[in-house]
Design a protein around this ligand. Structure first.
Ligand code: ADP
Ligand code: MG
Length: 376
């Protein structure tokens, strides 16, 4: 959509805010167990151009969805607009529900964060809107406080039961760093992710597939984690890990045992990966990424043929490690490669897909970029 804000709304925007997508380096499904995750922000961002209104009406358009047509919503009516408009309005509702009064807005969304690719375009949209609302209506919140409300917007109003990782990453990540996030205490630690300096590159393979299974499987795994914790007599699997309670008591139920084993092993891998980054040993990430993928594939069973193919082809072409990232069942994989071999590995992955007559994946290098900010 090349339409400008002025053409849509009759006056120029007064401010522009940007919020990135995120790639989770490691720590998959751990946030559902109060444990650690290690995401970084993508260079791809969702921007919102805004102009405050004097009433309580929202007029919204997006260049990515709905052909740029303007949606109208009155903040004083119940309910949410249909489709994508639910996300921005949900953020306003979450803020107001927490006692932060906002108001009407003209809003134009532009984004280069692909939707449904495992990069969390939904959080990028929520966080860009959240930042705009705080700045425009004088709401004084720390980035992590806003992340909590943006998550609540998605959980409670949009109805997607995601963890805190995506919103926290979009708002709190820093350029050149991965962010170790304790999803229980919400403490963060910025760890240098300077791949280029180490002669490495991270390749993102967006398989462009999204299997219908993802939301039901997500709910099913959530349930399994809760059940495993219940049987171990703890509130969360994080508690079991820290109390030194092994998961042997679950051995009679093979599936439940493997679900819990993923959480325990992934918890340890995140902490090892953080240690590797803290000591500047990025190459050590390789084996951890591959072990994470094996666990997601075999113990948690959230991979799919396309993700396994991307990982296997990257490894066969000499990647140091690779894994699916995000909730699985499609979306993206990442591969850690020697920078000099990035082209070769990318070509091998593309070949593997084309020789199976699969839709060509989108392949690109990703680097740790800035968190959400006002850009104008
Ligand atoms: P993801 O993994 O990318 O977050 P989700 O299904 O959680 O996938 O969120 C995608 C949804 O978020 C889209 O279907 C749309 O409703 C909304 N969305 C994301 N980006 C945009 C955008 N630029 N404009 C409008 N809506 C968007
Ligand atoms: Mg999402």
């Amino acid at each position: 959509m090349s339409t400008t804000f002025g053409e849509l709304f009759g006056a120029a925007a007064v401010a522009v805010y940007a919020a990135p997508g995120r790639v989770n380096l490691i720590g998959e499904y751990t946030d559902l167990n109060d444990s650690f995750v290690l995401p970084f922000a993508t260079a791809e961002v969702t921007t919102v151009e805004v102009r405050r209104r004097t009433d309580r009406i929202w007029k919204m358009a997006s260049d990515g969805v709905g052909g740029g047509s303007v949606l109208t919503h009155d903040l004083d009516t119940d309910g949410l607009p249909p489709g994508w408009g639910a996300y921005p309005v949900a953020v306003a509702r979450a803020l107001e529900n927490a006692g932060h009064r906002v108001g009407g807005l003209d809003l134009l969304v532009r984004s280069d964060v692909p939707t449904g690719a495992g990069l969390s375009s939904s959080a990028a949209l929520e966080c860009a809107v959240g930042l705009a609302l705080c700045d425009q209506f004088g709401v004084d919140l720390q980035p992590m406080e806003l992340a909590v409300l943006a998550r609540e917007a998605e959980n409670r109003y949009v109805g997607v039961p995601c963890g805190i990782m995506d919103q926290a990453a979009s708002l709190c990540c820093e350029q050149g760093h991965a962010m170790l996030l304790d999803t229980r205490s919400l403490e963060i630690r910025q760890l240098p992710l300077a791949l280029e300096g180490s002669g490495l590159a991270l390749l993102l393979v967006d398989t462009r597939v999204k299997h219908a299974l993802v939301s039901s499987a997500y709910a099913n795994r959530r349930h399994a984690f809760a059940e495993a914790a219940r049987r171990l007599g703890v509130r969360t699997l994080r508690e079991a890990i820290e109390a030194g309670i092994g998961i042997d008591a679950l051995a009679g139920d093979d599936e439940l045992y493997r679900r819990a084993r993923h959480v325990v092993s992934e918890h340890n891998r995140v902490l090892e990966a953080a240690q590797a980054l803290a000591s500047g040993d990025e190459r050590a990430l390789g084996a951890l990424l591959s072990a994470s993928h094996a666990s997601l594939r075999d113990d948690l069973e959230v991979s799919c043929a396309e993700l396994d193919l991307a990982v296997d082809a990257a490894m066969a072409a000499g990647a140091l490690g690779a894994r699916l990232t995000g909730a699985g069942f499609g979306g993206s994989a990442i591969a850690l490669v020697e920078a000099g071999r990035a082209g070769e590995v990318a070509a091998a992955v593309a070949d593997a897909f084309s020789s199976r007559r699969l839709t060509a994946p989108s392949l690109r290098r990703v680097a740790a970029s800035s968190g959400a900010r006002r850009v104008r």
